[in-house]
Design a binder for this molecule. Structure first.
Ligand code: ATP
Length: 583
């Protein structure tokens, strides 16, 4: 398949402002893609080289691209830099510069998708001495064979800047439509995706075979499962009612969720957004290496601790472990403890279908006798009345936890689902302050006074998985310390898009700048109100009105562990609104 066909579709996608049109472009593209490269096309559409958990990242340094571009076009490095300063994207610079000089002489053989994909893999795998020259050679060889439109998207891919913003659920819809003609089959694909986290593979299996083949996709070691999530209740009374009067209550620990995969000597750790973080926690790897338990997938919450009294420290302390260098030193300065809470796979068997009490029983059999003060099973009690829950809540808060997780003892593990089988109860629920929400930045207004030239207010949105769309909910301008604002400004500058993103529903709201949805902020608010301005939950309670946050404030916590699709959902906002009415 010619890379030009892909570049032309990218161009069309970039100019559309409707999600429906985006899906249609995707369907047309998938339908004309040869089956043997369908997975590659699926990855490239998302600017990737494979599924998140196992592929190398693109994102070559700008100076390598600038030098390649200079070599191919004959334009000086300086002039390219000037043009880049003006336009702000090297792909767009290539489009404007390239074939003025070289089009006729250097056009050699047509560039294919296969060739581009394989070369991108080679580039991503090249490291060490001499790698700079080699990368330049790979890039120039592709540029020499490309038209200006191809060069534009080639460079955006190489730089990791494609930014079409096509997320998993839009792609799932498009794959379902392309190969089964029916969007309803999305559920089957979603299920397979929750277990295997690899849309390229799912598309390939479906294009070659049938839906039945997709249904056969099951959990496997070293492929992270998308995590089961929790609903939120107004208070313990409502939570217990939802649990039909009996639950297993656990500490809700303010750390980071890890999924541990072990077979033989191989041990890997994944985050809730499926990132491989094995490298960051050598002591956890060692803990499991020392265990006889083998061949399993378990889940737990890793939390930073004060080594003197083993008390849990807040999430921010744990984030200090997310660094690229001096891991050994960080390990000593910020020690951690792992609380195991679930078992998804054991000894060749998928255990996700087992009732939760049985999975916990297995966890106890396997890890219960471990003599290691840094590895334990999460504290748990069986509770069947409110007093028991509240007493346990007090104990949890005293021990530095966020609150409790209540779990239905008979529920199976539902990968990727947020359902009432798990309910989170945080301390804020019992007081008057609403719970925090995690919202994605969609746009901004320029500031006045001290903030001139910077953003004065950020437009935030919630997420709906049903239509893979972000809905506006508030503008926030308070809670930002100057240093955080400066870092955010730099990050946001790279996400600017020339018009509202097609997956954003903003009504007629005017904005100075729009961003590709990417950064998630933790926000507290006094109350959720109804508003004619914002689109979250519009028409749910009252025609023409959506939900808005009153007096929203940034907590200072950028949720780097969350992708935009992990933001608080429209449904959750509705739930919080309803909970509020009960209080
Ligand atoms: P929050 O922002 O409240 O942490 P979240 O959106 O990150 O929520 P939720 O589904 O709302 O995720 O809450 C579940 C999260 O709580 C899990 O992903 C996990 O990281 C954490 N957690 C802490 N203790 C437990 C526990 N005992 N069982 C399950 N998850 C736990």
């Amino acid at each position: 398949m010619l890379f030009l066909e892909l570049a032309e579709t990218f161009k069309e996608m970039e100019t559309t402002s409707s999600r429906l049109a985006l899906t249609q472009f995707l369907v047309a593209l998938l339908k004309k893609t040869p089956v043997n490269i369908i997975d590659k096309i699926v990855y490239l559409i998302q600017g990737k080289l494979g599924p998140d958990h196992s592929s190398k990242e693109l994102g070559i340094a700008e100076k390598i691209v600038t030098r390649s571009l200079s070599l191919v076009t004959g334009v000086s490095l300086n002039d390219i830099q000037l043009e880049y300063n003006k336009i702000g994207d090297l792909g767009d610079v290539a489009f404007s510069l390239k074939y003025n000089k070289t089009q006729s002489t250097l056009f050699q053989e047509p560039l294919t998708v296969e060739k581009v994909f394989d070369t991108l893999i080679k580039i991503a795998n090249t490291s060490g001495p001499g790698s700079l020259d080699l990368k330049i050679r790979y890039i120039t060889s592709m540029l020499n064979n490309s038209s200006s439109l191809e060069a534009k998207y080639l460079l955006k891919l190489v730089l990791g800047n494609l930014r079409l913003g096509i997320a998993n659920y839009t792609l799932i819809d498009a794959i379902a439509l392309s190969f089964t003609g029916n969007k309803e089959n999305r559920r089957i694909l979603e299920n397979a995706f929750n277990l295997s986290s690899d849309l390229g593979n799912i598309a390939r299996i479906l294009a070659k075979g049938s839906l039945n083949d997709v249904q056969l996709i099951s959990v496997s070691l070293f492929v992270p499962v998308r995590p089961m999530l929790a609903e939120r209740a107004a208070d313990s009374r409502e939570a217990l009612k939802k649990m039909r009067g009996e639950c297993l209550a656990e500490y809700k620990i303010d750390g980071e969720r890890v999924q541990i995969h072990k077979k033989g000597k191989q041990i890997e750790l994944f985050t809730r957004s499926l990132e491989n973080i094995t490298f960051h926690f050598p002591e956890i790897v060692k803990m499991f290496a020392d265990q006889s338990a083998n061949n399993f997938i378990a889940e737990g919450e890793v939390v930073a601790i004060n080594p003197d009294n083993l008390r849990y420290l807040p999430f921010q302390s744990l984030m200090k472990r997310r660094r690229k260098h001096q891991i050994q030193q960080a390990m000593e300065t910020y020690p951690v403890l792992l609380n195991l809470f679930d078992l998804l796979y054991y000894d060749g068997q998928d255990t996700m279908g087992f009732a939760f009490f049985k999975r916990r029983g297995l966890l106890e059999n396997i890890f219960g006798n471990i003599k290691n003060e840094r590895l334990k099973l999460v504290d748990q009690i069986k509770a069947s009345n409110i007093e028991e829950i509240e007493k346990f809540m007090t104990k949890a808060l005293r021990n530095g936890c966020e609150g409790l997780m209540l779990k239905d003892p008979n529920s199976r593990y539902r990968a990727g689902a947020r359902e009432w089988a798990w309910i989170k109860l945080k301390k804020e629920y019992s007081g008057t302050i609403s719970d925090s929400v995690d919202l994605v930045i969609l746009g901004a207004l320029y500031g006045k006074g001290r903030r001139v030239g910077k953003y004065g207010a950020l437009l935030l949105g919630s997420y709906s998985k049903i239509d893979d769309t972000f809905y506006t909910i508030c503008k926030v301008g308070t809670g930002f310390k100057d240093n955080v604002l400066a870092t955010l400004y730099d990050k946001l500058s790279k996400l600017i898009i020339h018009k509202k993103h097609p997956r954003v529903e903003a009504g007629a709201l005017p904005m100075d700048v729009w961003f590709e949805p990417s950064i998630v902020l933790e926000i507290v608010t006094a109350e959720i109100t109804l508003s004619p301005v914002y689109t979250t939950g519009r028409n749910t309670i009252k025609p023409g009105y959506g939900f808005a946050l009153r007096f929203p404030k940034f907590t200072g916590n950028v949720r780097e562990d969350k992708s935009p699709e992990d933001s608080t959902t429209v449904n959750e906002v509705l739930q919080i609104y309803r909970n509020q009415l009960k209080q």
